[in-house]
Write a protein that binds this ligand. Structure first.
Ligand SMILES: *Cc1c(COP(=O)(O)O)cnc(C)c1O
Length: 362
């Protein structure tokens, strides 16, 4: 007799470690650890969420019909090829479960978002990391790692935690260099923050090719991380596969209603974009002024590099004593870095003052 054993790969997973939201002994914290919007959700989304409390005894619309229709109109997508999930994490996991298994390879970029590796490992596949150039995905290096076992390639664009992005022509070159049977997944979680004319979230690439999927989230600029809502825009065959595999009611009703309201509140989105456009460069410049390397970012966060791992660790600990929570980057192989989310003005000024005090002293 032997006890139940999970499938190969499961016990190889190093579980995801999220950012902190509390500090023991500190009542007023400044949370800059999880790339959440400091502006919060739209008031309309909050009201829509509350309205769902009266129908909690009913199952949600298992097809997210209205939400997909609004998404389709808002982004110019075919609503029939949109699949919603409990966060884009769920959609990413479904893609990996559907297209990879034991012995297969899932390719990502060395400092790419860690969820790809976690889910790939969990299905028994091999997560293969391609080297980067200056903390940016390298198309040639990715293509060089493709083998006949490769099933999916994940690219977060822009990438978390580095903040870097691949311009449209490079993304297209990556797709064109892949064998047709390899699925390219473009994770555009931060697309709303990017204001570059050589950037694409990937919608028209999905429309043009049978092996490109784009994933999006309501957790970032829409301020709905708690409700867990994300979606994928897919070729028809991939949408069909995800719809077979997903749970029949995988997106709850409060999330669907809040998501619709959040999409329609374009004023709120514009205000969040404007806030970030002002404070992202301010944060980068301020970190630079303190002698740190602020890696160029087009998201709502900055990767700050210290002279060494000890410097990053000490700054992290000092900031915590001031109730300021940033994100350590050891799990991304960047132990000399902290990732810092753009916060409110007073939060940014408090961070700058605390870091200045710490670095001036050491
Ligand atoms: C935050 C983030 C997501 C969003 O995940 P959700 O499950 O939708 O909350 C996806 N991809 C990247 C790269 C992210 O940073």
């Amino acid at each position: 007799m032997s006890p139940p054993k999970p499938r190969p790969g499961v016990l190889d997973v190093a579980p995801y470690v999220g950012g902190l939201h509390t500090v023991e002994g500190v009542s007023q914290v400044i949370v800059l650890a999880s790339n959440e919007t400091p502006i919060g959700p739209s008031e309309h989304a909050i009201r829509a969420y509350q309205s769902a409390s009266r129908v909690l005894h009913r199952y949600p619309d298992g097809h997210a019909t209205e939400l997909r229709a609004v998404l389709g109109r808002h982004f110019g997508c075919d609503k029939d090829r949109i699949v919603c999930g409990a966060g884009s994490d769920e959609v990413i996991q479904l893609l990996i479960r559907a297209y990879a298994g034991a012995g297969d390879e899932v390719l990502y970029s060395r400092h790419g978002f860690s969820i790809y590796r976690i889910f790939a490992t969990g299905v028994g596949a091999k997560a293969v990391a391609a080297p980067e150039k200056v903390l940016t995905a390298d198309v040639d290096a990715l293509l060089a790692k493709v083998t006949d076992r490769t099933r999916l390639v994940f690219i977060a664009n822009p990438n978390n935690p580095t903040g870097s992005y691949l311009p449209t022509d490079e993304l297209q070159r990556l797709r064109d260099g892949l064998p047709e049977h390899v699925l390219l997944v473009i994770d555009a979680a931060y697309a709303e923050y990017v204001s570059r004319n050589d950037y694409t979230a990937g919608i028209e690439m999905v429309d043009r090719h049978d092996n490109v999927v784009m994933t999006r989230t309501f957790s970032k600029i829409y301020g709905l991380a708690a409700v867990r809502l994300g979606w994928a825009y897919c070729p028809a065959a991939v949408a069909d596969v995800l719809n077979r595999l997903r749970g029949p009611f995988n997106v709850n009703e409060p999330a669907q209603l809040a998501g619709i309201a959040a999409l329609e509140d374009t004023k709120h989105i514009a205000a969040s974009q404007a806030h970030n456009a002002k404070w992202l460069p301010w944060l980068a410049t301020t970190l630079g002024g303190l002698g740190l390397t602020a890696h160029p970012s087009v998201g709502n966060f900055v990767l700050a590099q210290f002279p060494d791992a000890r410097g990053a660790e000490e700054a992290y600990a000092f900031l915590l004593t001031r109730g300021i929570i940033t994100r350590k980057m050891g799990s991304y192989d960047l132990p000399d870095c902290l990732r810092i989310t753009v916060g409110l003005e007073n939060e940014m000024r408090a961070l700058a003052a605390a870091l200045g005090e710490h670095l001036g002293r050491s």
